[in-house]
Design a protein around this ligand. Structure first.
Ligand code: ATP
Ligand code: MG
Length: 342
């Protein structure tokens, strides 16, 4: 769907500047929600703006649906851009136009007739849940409602791709969740490929299939969200994963805890994914042995609707062999087990 090869962008405003992005290789599949995360100045917006050629790359190529973006002339580019919607952190709405007129804007540019525009606006307002706000001005809307208008406008010409530049960064956590749910809904209902950039790992975890981590203009790590989350490799990635605090939520106060009183033991981290998250596999595994366990930390969460959990558990027993047998059994059950302290 979107294929990026050896992309580089150097802003020539100051001679001898280092590239804002370089050596960018990415392939994004149709229907995928792909996230790019990085600190401020990492080059995220530059990369995103190169995708629809709001920024012309210095070298490298971007192909969307087999079409090389850099080879299009101005007219062809205009047509192609209709199929690439974009939403922004600060919404970029026309403040002197109503909600309906903001959404009508790209439709008029595409040459659509008045009656058709009215019908399409109605459809889009329903899709984003703003049926009753057509005649309001942006200043009369909340941040979340403004972003819904931004989304409706971006979807007006039935795009195949939606680019999101920090689309939820100006919103409170609750509104962020509502907007992310809307994006997920749009991805499922309309099959639109979404490329989003953010500096929040929660956003990546909530809706993305895959993620690329950027640092100083380079992609330093890329992979499926779950893999990157559970086994981050690069220090920047580890830093971002650490942002999501529920991995440190303690369950020791009210969680299941069975402790023999033997404080010496083996500390392990177990990762559950999918339906297994809700199965009492740990209990089933230890119950016929002399090994006991104490849950030190535990979380259950979900990633794009798939449950996953992590438990940090101390296994205790008279004999190390028994503990090793329990660990081996857990692995046999398909658990991802990491020994933290032997
Ligand atoms: N129009 C421009 N002219 C000159 N330099 C620019 C321009 N836009 C971005 N840069 C520089 O390119 C680098 C990458 O900027 P970019 O905006 O892509 O980062 P970002 O990851 O989106 O950061 P943020 O999270 O703050 O939005 C920075 O050093 C920035 O100063
Ligand atoms: Mg940016």
């Amino acid at each position: 769907m979107i294929h990026i090869e050896n992309l580089q962008k150097v802003y020539e405003d100051i001679p001898g500047r280092v590239p804002a992005i370089q050596q960018i290789h990415l392939h994004i599949d149709r229907g995928e929600i792909f996230g790019i995360i990085g600190h401020s100045g990492a080059g995220k917006s530059t990369l995103l703006r190169c995708v629809n050629l709001l920024e012309r790359p210095s070298s490298g190529s971007i192909t969307i649906d087999g079409e090389d973006m850099t080879s299009l002339n101005a007219k062809q580019l205009q047509v192609k851009r209709r199929k690439i919607g974009m939403i922004f952190q600060h919404f970029n709405l026309l403040s002197s136009s109503t909600v309906a007129d903001n959404i009508a804007f790209p439709l008029r540019l595409a040459g659509m007739g008045q009656a058709e525009i009215a019908a399409r606006i109605k459809e889009l307002l329903e899709l984003v849940g703003l049926q009753d706000h057509a005649d309001k001005y942006p200043s009369q809307l909340s941040g979340g409602q403004k972003q819904r208008v931004g989304i409706a406008r971006a979807l007006a010409n039935h795009p195949d791709v939606l680019l999101c530049d920090e689309a939820t960064s100006a919103l409170d956590p609750q509104t962020t969740n509502a907007i992310l749910a809307l994006l997920l809904d749009i991805n499922w209902k309309l099959g639109i490929t979404i490329l989003l950039i953010t500096h929040e790992m929660q956003v990546i975890r909530a809706i993305c299939d895959r993620v690329a981590v950027m640092e100083k203009g380079l992609i330093v790590e890329t992979g499926k969200v779950l893999d990157v989350f559970l086994q981050p490799q690069h220090p920047v990635t580890k830093d971002f994963v650490g942002q999501v605090s529920d991995f440190a939520t303690s369950m020791t106060d009210d969680g299941p805890s069975v402790n023999s009183g033997n404080t010496q033991g083996t500390m392990i981290r177990i990762t559950y994914i999918g339906a297994k998250t809700y199965e009492p596999i740990l209990f089933e595994t230890v119950k016929s042995t002399n090994v006991t366990f104490a849950i030190m930390q535990g979380t259950i969460s979900s990633m794009k609707g798939v449950p996953y959990g992590q438990l940090v558990v101390q296994l205790s027993g008279a004999q190390q062999e028994e503990i090793d047998t329990v660990i081996a059994k857990l692995k046999q059950e398909g658990m991802d087990v990491e020994v933290i302290t032997p």
